[in-house]
Design a protein around this ligand. Structure first.
Ligand code: VG1
Ligand code: CO
Length: 565
């Protein structure tokens, strides 16, 4: 306990116009947070001010991050501001580290009113990289739109912030620290916790750890390779997969969190997860997976790098959902996918007569459905998969889910996938990202395309390439009406749906700092003789139609995308 109470001070500040959170929180270049006066303070104050004072007084808030550059500096400021804003207790991950799924779990465990997560997720880190702040609410999930909008509105007219500038916390030592504050009746407390333990505990109740241990270290064990990509999930992989489930130490790579993620983009896809892809080629490993910096994304690979498309991944899990004890106990109430995710999950929903929901991109829309007891399993094409055990997508959960299926089916990753396609048909899928394009060009392209596709005559229009004709059945700018509270979310991507179900979708990224155009293309195939084509060949005609319609190459000056999934 400090000798004399710490001062609570109020400082004037001027607002920034650009603090509207995107698909996954507020993301900016490190230098913006670091050098623009009060940029961080303004946003953090706006987050606290968005919470009713009665709810805030004496409450618990969780804080943690993906360990990127500026993580601990930002946490020290958040601690000082939380204390000054009436928060009673902060629960912080040791050394400021906490994966996003672990934060979701810890928020519930400590009955917190929310959590502040310092992460820019899959975006690059380091002094020249990106920094980000996400705010999660009491259910453990990303703040819904009305909350992020409120935060944004406050940030536009903020006049002062509150802070205890002398308060310093020791982030390294597990345990409780108390601080007496001026004019405060009760001390402010900080609890430094090991989030790995809370998270592992939760997973022990979701999976059959004995069966997984047998799979990974029993007599006929398989070999796995997991790439934490220098992000925050490394210690979780080590503890759960290696120490507890007995996988050898060399099955986990890049497991020490680094401020700049080793200079790599911590994005688990076919372009950036290079170490994993390289080591899978040798054929020494039966199963491979990579995670993003904050541990909520996952990429699954089979032997020789057999790639599981994330849209297929959630469908495979849905089809084999009862291989996981959690679902055996809880049952399955509904499935959901984001709009650009392929219809593979829809096929399983149809066959099992389970309700399917289609939401905009981003995890926040799933949480409401889960809280209302309507949703059990969901996924995104962007390497996000999860369930209602928490309110965030969960990379390690996805890995243990796949391993549970392998253990149960006694099949390889490839066999599981092929069996799935033979049963349900295959949704060929590809996503092209055009990163760092000129923002005005991108916005203009989207506006013009919207005009074209929403003209009345567009529906019914036919596109013929070679001997194939695609007829437009429906085209719109996707809009979501929330089945729980009726709220409407507009402008979520341009979709062109053809007869037979093939789709072309255009969307602008809401997480990258420079403009990124996403082009998503999918096409359903049920003929068993056509299940093993190269998606790029199979989808070439549709991609062609998309590029012609949008004039993307001419407008952006790009002939090829920067990332292909
Ligand atoms: C991207 C993905 C979206 C995902 C979001 C946050 O958003 O497309 O599906 O939910 O990132 O993921 P956008 O708006 O850039 O396309 V994470 O792991 O970066 O929090
Ligand atoms: Co992430």
């Amino acid at each position: 306990m400090e000798d004399s109470p710490l001062q609570v001070l109020h400082f004037p500040t001027t607002p920034y116009p650009d603090q509207r959170p995107g698909t996954g929180g507020l993301r900016r270049k490190v230098f913006v947070f670091k050098s623009k006066i009060n940029y961080l303070h303004n946003f953090v104050q706006s987050v606290f001010s968005s919470i009713d004072l009665r709810d805030r007084q004496g409450s618990t808030v969780v804080v943690g991050g993906d360990g990127r550059y500026f993580n601990t500096t930002a946490i020290q400021v958040i601690v000082q501001m939380a204390a000054a804003n009436g928060v009673g207790r902060l629960v912080i991950g040791q050394n400021g580290f906490m994966s996003t799924p672990a934060a979701s779990c810890v928020i519930k465990k400590f009955k917190a009113i929310g959590g502040i997560l310092l992460t820019a997720s899959h975006n690059p880190g380091g002094p020249d990289g990106d920094f980000g702040i996400k705010f999660n609410t009491a259910n453990g999930g990303p703040a819904p739109e009305d909350v992020t909008e409120k935060i944004f509105q406050i940030s536009r007219s903020i006049e002062e912030y509150a802070i205890c500038p002398e308060l310093r916390v020791d982030l390294a030592t597990i345990g409780r620290q108390s601080f007496d504050l001026e004019n405060k009746f009760k001390p402010f407390t900080v609890e430094i916790v090991d989030p790995v333990e809370s998270y592992a505990n939760m997973l022990r109740n979701v999976f059959d750890f004995a069966a997984l241990k047998e799979l990974l270290s029993g007599e006929n064990h398989i070999r796995i390779r997991l790439d934490a990509m220098h992000g925050v999930v490394g210690p979780y992989v080590k503890k759960i997969l290696c120490e507890e489930l007995g996988s050898p130490a060399n099955s986990a790579i890049n497991c020490i969190p680094q401020e700049d993620f080793g200079g790599q983009c911590p994005d688990p896809n076919l372009t950036y997860a290079t170490d994993l892809i390289e080591s899978m080629k040798s054929g020494r490993y039966d199963f491979g997976a990579a995670f993003d910096a904050d541990g909520d994304r996952n990429m699954i690979l089979g032997k020789h790098g057999f790639f599981i498309n994330p849209s297929d991944s959630v469908a495979v899990i849905a089809a084999n959902v009862f291989c996981i004890p959690y679902f055996q106990h809880m049952g399955v109430r509904g499935f959901a996918r984001t709009m650009p995710t392929s219809g593979a999950l829809d096929n399983v929903a149809k066959a099992t007569k389970i309700q399917l929901y289609e939401t905009p991109s981003g995890w926040k829309f799933f949480g409401k459905l889960m809280d209302a007891g309507r949703l059990s399993l969901c996924g995104e094409e962007s390497f996000g998969t999860g369930a209602d055990h928490i309110r965030e997508k969960d990379g390690l959960w996805a890995v243990l889910t796949w391993l549970s299926i392998l253990a149960n089916k006694k099949q390889s990753v490839e066999q599981v996938m092929i069996h799935h396609w033979k049963t349900y048909g295959r949704n060929y899928y590809t996503r092209y990202d055009y990163e760092h394009v000129d923002i005005d060009t991108a916005v203009e392209m989207m506006l013009d395309l919207e005009v074209i596709i929403t003209e009345k005559a567009f529906t019914g229009q036919k596109f013929t390439i070679g001997d194939k004709t695609y007829e437009v059945e429906k085209a719109d700018n996707f809009e979501y009406s929330d089945p729980i509270d009726g709220s409407i979310t507009k402008n979520q991507g341009l979709r062109i749906i053809f007869k037979g179900g093939s789709r072309i979708i255009f969307r602008l990224s809401g997480t990258t700092l420079s403009a990124t155009i996403h082009l998503y293309v999918d096409s359903y195939e049920k003929d068993v003789n056509n299940l093993f084509l190269d998606p790029q060949v199979k989808l070439a005609e549709l991609v062609n139609i998309a590029l012609k319609l949008s004039q993307l190459c001419e407008r952006t000056g790009r002939n090829t995308p920067t990332v292909v999934t």
